[in-house]
Write a protein that binds this ligand. Sequence first.
Ligand SMILES: [Zn+2]
Length: 510
Amino acid sequence: MKKKFYVTTPIYYPNDKLHLGHVYTTTLADYISKYKKMQGYETMFLTGSDEHGQKILDRALESSMDPLSFVTNIITEFKNLWNKLDINYDIFIRTTDKLHKKYVAESFTNLLNQGFIYKSIYTDLYCKSDEAYFTKTQAPTQLCPDCGKDLEILSEESYFLKIKNFKKWIKDKLENSNILIPKYRIKELINNFVNDLQDLSISRVSFSWGIKINENKAHIIYVWMDALQNYISALSYPESKFTIDEVWNKNSDVELLQLVGKEITRFHCIYWPIILKMKGYREPRILAHGWLVTDSGEKMSKSKKNVIDPIKLIDIYGADALKFYLTNNIVTGEDGKFSQDLLEEMINGLLVNKYSNLVARTDSMIKKSFNGIVPENNISNKNIIKLKNRLDEIKNSYFIDMDNFNFSNSTKKLIKYIEEINGFIDITEPWKEKGDNLSAILNTIVNEIFNITTMLSPLLLNSYKKICFWLNYDEKPNFENLGKDFKGVKLNKIDYLFSRIEKDKNNKFN
Ligand SMILES: [Zn+2]
């Protein structure tokens, strides 16, 4: 039976267009999903939109629209962006979907019947912009610890989830299991949030744009209790490849990865595991990535007016280059810099000089010496054996990085792989060779170009397509195809993989 892999992104909030941070999270999810597929896994990749809440209602009213039409317009743009980036999700869940609403309402009933939910009065500090609550200890100045804005004081009837009962349990889980990658964020999480853990308010009466509680129609289910359960409810959809029980039961062997930005780690690593625990389910596996910052180290955010529209970036640089930059240049788990200059530097220095030129050089050597037909390797050449051993080592350490979700390390290995092939050309100097030696060298290079392009394909899909056209090859990327010999293949015209980006002020938009 096929091994199974389930990967999720957070569901994004459709109050505005998506920005580069969302692209980053989704790119990582797509990367690991495609990688697992190439390993022969059955994969399911879930993304979507978190459509309820006061802020959506306000934005819809501002635009004189009903909230559902308002969000429907915006998620059309979400899907357009994922499409432009070759992101292959399996399900796009909307929290306004009938099946999600049904699941969340039934889940409320179950948890209420089991005694995990009670009714009381909620009074606390609230950040409207982040839709997050803080206790007075967490926000002693009445300013939001996340965004710095003024907090409101709220008081209303609300249902609560008995989170406090699980304080010891969650602390122990965080300290002793693998819920969170990177591990170094756990201490911060415990100090800032677990030590002062309060029951979670999970319903509202002050507005109505949300999922109604069956037991009390005045209440709608509030934000996180609605949003987090999408990771379960989506598995009840007819198009889901996996069932809820298959993924979430305690003995499940479905491998799991849930990607989040570090700002929502506390919801995913404290409340989410507790909700799962109440339901008798397994723990999640969360990877919290860092933030994108500008050249000068500022966080990109709408309020600082330094956000970059990803669609514009894709139009100028292409989806592949953007995805490669985000995966490679941002150390997984840490904050990392993004600017157009840095992106251009990576494209010219790596994708053009090292990768694209390697292919172009090889193409012209084979066309010059062998009429465009890939020659064969039938000798034993010391340099070739050395290269293959070296590449095997790199490949193995690439697999280890990927299996540990160490994405930025994994791409470093792929770059090293390209550099080794280039180094091989420098050492063997094929332009000085002829006969069997030349055949063997060029055969090796072509086959290794195919191998590295296959390994790069989860990020550089268009390069894979171009190389396959060049090699007259027509199969989906799969690790089983590594090592294929292209001897005797008549090369087609090569389409340049990447072109040099010239300095152009007109391309700059921030
Ligand atoms: Zn805030």
